[in-house]
Design a protein around this ligand. Structure first.
Ligand code: G3P
Ligand code: CA
Length: 257
């Protein structure tokens, strides 16, 4: 057996660092994105929301309470106010002083270095956010085919459709939370009319679902991997990528044969 060949390489699977390498650094900060590159993930994932004065900011929750030293809703704070917050100490004092990045800062810093999976978070709170994201990409000429993979996704499928109609050259994905009913072929056919990716909670995944997604011409990047067993399971059922807090877990070597 060639010990250099890994399952990941064999299946050409994409590793996506969830909120950056958020198992190792405060989520959605430059420190976490830098670790994604260090760990050789193919993409980083981030969550985009909007400040009171219309700046696109990278943060997961609709309030700043959990991940910063401040309190309040993102949509009620100006960018200047958000910039004052410490977004690192909640994770570890070693990261004190990390800031809430803007989408533009992340695009400028990481274009050409790593792919970027942009999640539009809670878009119903932020009318017009799809156009603003499209503008950030077009302003940087990042909407044309180049060496920098960009995907836009959301749990809000209307928002995904809106973004797709604004900027059809950027691939889009639908996020799907856990549902005991699974995902039907009728739903998949509807997704396939605009989406390139169906990204479900990993508890939804089995080889049948992966096959049905592929049959409709789409790919799948399930979330969120936090252990090696899940990474290995997903690899074995043939997913196209995994969204993980630990991008360095997902390179299990093939057993010797
Ligand atoms: O990218 C998928 C994943 O990020 C969706 O869940 O809550 O971590 O944004 P959440
Ligand atoms: Ca996310």
């Amino acid at each position: 057996a060639n010990e250099e060949v890994t399952k990941k390489e064999q299946k050409q699977m994409t590793t996506v660092a969830h909120r950056g390498a958020s198992g190792y650094a405060p989520e959605n900060t430059m420190a976490a994105f830098e670790k994604s590159v260090d760990m050789k993930a193919e993409m980083l994932e981030l969550d985009v929301q909007m400040s009171k004065d219309g700046e696109l900011v990278v943060i997961h929750d609709t309030s700043v309470d959990r991940t910063t030293n401040g309190t309040g809703a993102v949509k009620d704070m100006t960018y200047e106010e958000l910039l004052q917050l410490d977004a690192g100490s909640y994770f570890n004092e070693a990261f004190a002083g990390e800031k809430i990045p803007t989408l533009g800062e992340v695009l400028d810093e990481y274009r050409g270095k790593i792919g970027i999976l942009i999640e539009i978070k809670s878009p119903s709170l932020y009318p017009g956010i799809e156009q603003k994201i499209a503008d950030e990409l077009v302003d940087r000429n990042m909407h044309k085919p180049n060496n920098n993979k960009i995907i836009v996704q959301s749990f809000d499928h209307d928002s995904v459709m809106t973004f797709h109609s604004l900027l059809p050259s950027i691939p889009v994905g639908v996020l799907v939370g856990y549902s005991p009913n699974g995902i039907s072929n009728v739903q998949l056919a509807a997704f396939s009319s605009y989406a390139d990716y169906v990204n479900p909670n990993l508890s939804m995944i089995d080889s049948d679902l992966v096959q049905r997604i592929h049959n409709q011409g789409m790919e799948t990047y399930p979330w969120t991997v936090r252990d090696e067993l899940s990474a290995d399971f997903l690899l074995n059922v043939g997913v196209d990528g995994i969204i993980t807090d630990y991008p360095d877990y997902v390179d299990p070597h093939l057993p010797d044969q």
